[in-house]
Each structure stands twice: as C-alpha cells, then as structure tokens.
Design a protein around this ligand. Sequence first.
Ligand code: BGC
Ligand code: CA
Ligand code: CA
Length: 213
Amino acid sequence: MRRSLLLAILLIFGLFLSLTFGQTLTATAKYGKPKIDAEMDEVWKNAEEYVTDRYVQGVKGKVAYAKFRVLWDEESIYVWAEVYDSVLNKDNTNPWEQDSVEIFVDEGNEKATSYDNNDAQYRVNFENVQSYGTNASRDYFVTATKKTDFGYIVEAQVKMRTRKLKEGDVIGFDVQVNDADRFGSRVGIIAWNETENENWRNPSYLGNLKLVK
Ligand code: BGC
Ligand code: CA
Ligand code: CA
C-alpha cells in the first residue's frame, strides 16, 4: 500500500517535471551535403522536418518560429530553417535581440553545465549577418539567408571543431529563433529543445542529434 502510494507520487512528480521542463528531444540528421545558398536542393527533401515550438519568452502563437531540417557529413552538420516571422528587424545592437536563428552544438554531447572546448553557439540574422557565442567563429560557419513572403530562410553549415562525425553518433544540438518587434526589441525566443534561455551558457539544455545514413 505504502509503496504504491510512493510510486504514484513519484509518477505524478515525474509527469509534472516533464510537462514543465519538457523531455530532452532527439532529432535525426540524414547524410548529405547541400550547397549553402538558401535554395532548397534535392538532398534536403528526404530530411525529416522539425519545429521550434518550445517557448522561452513571448506570447504563445505570436512568436516567430522555424521549421527546420538537419543533414550531416564527416566534417559538418547542415541546417535548413524556414522562419515564420511577419516583422523583420535588426536594429538592436545586441545580435541576439535581432531577428535571427541560433544553432548550438556540443560535439561530445556531455550535457555538461558549462561550455567546454567542444561546445559552440552560432547565430545569423535574416540578412545573413553572423555573430558568435562561445567557441564559435566565422571559420566554422557558412550561411546564406533569403527573405520570403512568410519571413526568411536560413541555410547553414556548422563545421565540427574537435572531431569527425560518423553514422550512429549523437551530438548535442539545438535551434533557437529570436524574434524582434518593429521597434527592435526582442519579444520572443523559441527553441526546439530548451525552455529556459540557458543554451548559450549551459549545454546540458541542448537536445540530441542522431546521425543516420
Ligand atoms: C540568449 C541571450 C544571450 C546570448 C549570448 C542568446 O542565445 O538568448 O539571452 O545573452 O545568447 O550570446
Ligand atoms: Ca561538450
Ligand atoms: Ca520579428
């Protein structure tokens, strides 16, 4: 009797935690190398589509979001993101408060609580201006963007800095969309995996990316 009560309490607590913070998600990346030009090549078409739908900041249903796909080869991962954002603005002097997409990578997937050498944070705004968080630099980031009638497209290559990739590997990964309003204030943050605006300093919040052929 007592044991089942304890079990029930644990179950309810677990449910509460997963509803509040969300499960750590796993996406799959298919093998392939696209041309980085913000045009969708054939190779993207068999990659699975995911959505950034975890609200970090902003009003549900109003915040810009992205549908995205991921590919990989031995040297890099590639992200195709279609961002649904009706008001594009890059006035803020903080690049993370401009309309932009961020990509987080943990090449070792250690889920450590602070950045180590194999973690990096990349950002690009809708006009293809890049900016870099910890360990990131232009040497590892190739991007193209294009405005569309629904918002903008980002196509990005993130080169691995510490290792080669192979089939079956799982790395830490997340995508974040920053949404600026017409005055240049960030009014929304939405991510694929995380919910706390911690990715930029705590890679344990990243989801998982599984590399398949
Ligand atoms: C976060 C910002 C943070 C910035 C630092 C972004 O991902 O949303 O709050 O200041 O990273 O690079
Ligand atoms: Ca790491
Ligand atoms: Ca916007």
